[in-house]
Design a protein around this ligand. Structure first.
Ligand code: F6P
Length: 327
């Protein structure tokens, strides 16, 4: 096996707080192993457009604490085509890049898996998504920060909900997964959490709310994941409103504030650890895998599996909400 001399690093898909910390770790771990690291700007789009620049360890000073990604990110339709991937590969060759680190989520890894099967180039993924739904890791970079952003916002909403005796439906991100909704619901004492992984039956929700009302609850918070099968927070609030004219109902959609902000200490830590171990994995000859953390240990999972199998929420966590709110 040829020694790796030049690595490309890119961020792809939805950004997540801590991606900069991961890029920094890849660049500095590269320097540690005498490997040059090239930043590929705007994800796969930049690979196709040859938007590639050498990054020195000093170029990643003062990025550790910043949200977003200084390499920028994009969703590339062209990379989904074979012609697009071929141009991308040729650009890597032009720059003599012999391995790539991809920081992103599910969609980004599907592309990476396809790419590394078609062209003989080692690829390692680092999971970065606030959805936390990647198989092969307990935590994805950005999830902890987003969780804290949601909890901080819901705490504020709870103040005004209590002051006015109102019921709030708060929509959080999670197109296909309910990790953010479920964990923020537990941490903020939500009355109920509605997630895509569990069917939402509006009549059951109404009964549940009526029960709380009978027990003299005067305000409440329902967290709704944006991808819930019954619809978003506005739709569900409308369905409940019809039968509960006595409730003063409001809706808040938290939106993209969940994706930004300075990363938490936890996200900076895992991003640093994963970045270093992505480079170490390449040095050790690993390819087509995602670096993850399971029970605090570094684990490499084939991209094939991490991109195909969605990580499932723990169903017992849903009962946590019911147990804590049945009084
Ligand atoms: O980052 C993942 C995610 O937050 C999903 O939960 C959400 O549906 C999606 O990104 C929205 O992304 P965008 O606004 O970039 O289309």
């Amino acid at each position: 096996m040829e020694k790796i001399k030049k690595i490309g690093v890119l961020t792809s898909g939805g950004d997540s707080p801590g991606m900069n910390a991961a890029i920094r770790a890849v660049v500095r771990a590269g320097a540690y192993h005498n490997i040059e690291v090239f930043g590929i700007y705007q994800g796969y789009k930049g690979m196709i457009e040859n938007n590639i620049k050498l990054l020195s360890p000093r170029d990643v000073s003062n990025v550790l604490h910043r949200g977003g990604t200084f390499l920028k990110t994009a969703r590339s339709e062209e990379f989904k085509t074979q012609e697009g991937r071929k141009i991308a590969y040729e650009n890597l060759r032009k720059n003599e890049i012999d391995a790539v680190v991809i920081i992103g989520g599910d969609g980004s890894f599907k592309g990476a898996n396809q790419f590394s099967k078609e062209f003989a180039i080692p690829v390692i993924g680092i999971p970065g998504t606030i959805d936390n739904d990647m198989y092969g890791t307990d935590y994805c970079i950005g999830y902890d920060t987003a969780l804290n952003t949601v909890v901080e916002a819901v705490d504020k909403i709870r103040d005004t909900a209590g002051a006015h005796d109102r019921l709030f439906f708060v929509e959080v991100m999670g197109r296909d997964s309910g990790f953010l909704a479920l964990r923020s619901g537990i941490a903020s004492g939500a009355e109920a959490v509605l997630i895509p992984e569990k069917e939402t039956i509006i009549d059951d929700l109404k009964k549940y709310l009526a029960n709380g009302y009978n027990k003299k609850k005067s305000s409440g918070i329902i967290i709704v994941a944006e991808g819930d099968d019954a619809g978003g927070a506005y739709k569900i609030a409308d369905l409940v409103k019809k039968d509960f004219t006595n409730y003063d109902i409001r809706v808040t959609v938290l939106g993209h504030i969940q994706r930004g902000g300075s990363p938490s200490a936890f996200d900076r830590n895992i991003a640093s650890q994963m970045g270093i171990n992505a480079v170490q994995g390449l040095v050790d000859g690993k390819s087509n895998v995602m670096v993850g953390l399971i029970n605090r240990n570094i684990v490499y999972t084939p991209l094939e599996q991490s991109a195909k199998h969605n990580k499932r929420v723990n169903p017992t966590l849903l009962s946590t909400i019911d147990i804590l709110n049945s009084y």
